[in-house]
Design a protein around this ligand. Structure first.
Ligand code: HAM
Length: 421
């Protein structure tokens, strides 16, 4: 009887070496840059109560209506695999009363998110985000600094060509006024729009603006723009964000339709898109969410942040050739004769303990074959230990790039390899 192999679940995938080394490098850069801006890492659970997302992301959004992995636990509680992490960060902020410590909280996270979308290039059901959130400040300089950090990070990982569409969705006060105007405008045109838009024209008219149906686009283009209906405070906030971005030489494009697919946003919203990605071109999404803490039962706490889609970031970085997977193997150790094996294994341990990447095989091999393995593994050096080397206590080091070979005492090898790498 043939046993059918089990495959990974649709929309999920295995990440394998050498690609994972790229992921590690990107993640290491995020840890470095976010730490430089004085953010601390937060790790929240992947499982949350379903109500968390219904209340924050919004009950009438695609994410909550169609895309969440929600199930009843054995005690009948409704749980959801997180579709995003901003809601979890704010939940944790409230749960641990971080607001009692006063001041601003700057947190970042890395990890898997789950949305049951139709899989395609750059769109998965399990995908990964790196995100950062600032809690406790309304200051537009925070928005500008968050964007500055984001752009620095993107450039560091090799993304140099991107767009930064930017908008303001106002505050609940001016948005209510705008929604009246939008609702009225929609009454005249909704009959010729898609089914979702017809429903949303009444339930959640802002969502009409991010409809992707081709035939609806010319209609949407003519709808009133929220940016023309900001109240004086929201207008001032937005003007300050844009002038700060100019001062920091960060190019952006004001994009009045950018309202984002989540309900918690207030004022600043933005994305980062990359032409290298095709249809799923948004690498980053983010913005301000000054009312989210209160929506989740916490004290008034303004917030601002972003999430980078790591799967898409890696695709874009690979397309830009700014980042290649490279796992430099410092040395491959070649041993000749059983007597040399313990010495060879000891040398491997010493070099590895000093942080050098070293490979050794434990099956005896002829020298020619072993050198073939060294070059297949793209080792920078082959270190050869045979009978002669055992008796002199000096090993052969072969530079695999130049072919040059020299003798060296074991105590000097690590420093030499480090200098050469
Ligand atoms: P979002 O726009 O829903 O925002 O997601 C951010 C990024 O996650 C997207 O730009 C995209 O790169 C990536 N992403 C989303 N869905 C998928 C998918 N199915 N497959 C691959 N990548 C995907 C948020 O999640 C907010 N939490 C952002 C935020 C943080 N706003 C304020 N703070």
């Amino acid at each position: 009887m043939r046993i059918e192999p089990i495959r990974s679940v649709k929309g999920t995938r295995d990440l394998l070496p050498p690609d994972t080394s790229l992921w590690q490098r990107v993640e290491a850069e995020a840890h470095r840059i976010f730490a430089a801006y004085h953010y601390g890492e937060i790790r929240t659970p992947i499982l949350e109560e379903t109500a968390l997302f219904a209340r924050s992301v919004g009950a009438d959004t695609d994410i909550v209506m169609k895309e969440m992995y929600t199930f009843r636990d054995r005690d009948d509680e409704s749980l959801t695999l997180r579709p995003e992490a901003t809601a979890s960060v704010v939940r944790a902020y409230i749960e641990h009363s971080l607001y009692n410590q006063g001041g601003i909280h700057k947190l970042y996270y890395l990890g898997p998110m789950f949305r049951r979308e139709r899989p395609q290039k750059g769109r998965y059901r399990q995908f990964y985000q790196i995100g950062a959130e600032v809690l406790g400040s309304q200051n537009p300089l925070v928005d500008a600094e968050v964007l500055e950090m984001l752009v620095l990070f993107l450039e560091r990982v090799g993304i140099r060509e991107y767009q930064l569409p930017l908008n303001s969705v106002g505050c609940p006060k001016c948005r209510a006024e705008y929604l009246k105007v939008l609702r009225e405008a929609l009454q005249g045109v909704k009959a010729s729009m898609c089914g979702d838009c017809q429903r949303r024209a009444d339930t959640n008219p802002l969502r009409v603006l991010d409809c992707k149906v081709e035939a609806d686009q010319p209609i949407i283009e003519k709808l009133p723009k929220i940016i023309d209906h900001l109240d004086p405070e929201c207008r001032r906030h937005f003007d300050c964000v844009t002038s700060e971005l100019q001062a920091r030489r960060l190019p952006y494009q004001i994009t009045p339709r950018l309202v984002r697919g989540l309900d918690y946003y207030t004022r600043t919203t933005f994305e980062i898109t990359s032409g290298a990605l095709g249809a799923q071109n948004a690498v980053v999404g983010g913005g301000r969410y000054d009312g989210l803490s209160e929506m989740l039962g916490g004290p008034p706490t303004p917030g601002m942040g972003f999430s980078i889609g790591l799967d898409r970031l890696i695709l874009a970085a690979q397309a830009a050739a700014g980042l290649e997977s490279d796992v430099p193997l410092a040395a491959y150790i070649v041993w000749m004769g059983e007597a040399a094996l313990p010495t060879a294994a000891g040398l491997a341990r010493d070099l590895r303990a000093q942080g050098l990447s070293v490979e050794i095989d434990y099956e005896p091999m002829k020298i020619k074959k072993a050198m073939g393995v060294a070059s297949k593994l793209q080792a920078r050096f082959a270190i050869i230990i045979g009978e002669g080397e055992l008796s002199t206590g000096r090993y052969q080091l072969k530079d695999m790039r130049t072919g040059e070979q020299k003798e060296m005492e074991p105590g000097n090898i690590a420093a030499y390899l480090k200098a050469k790498l």
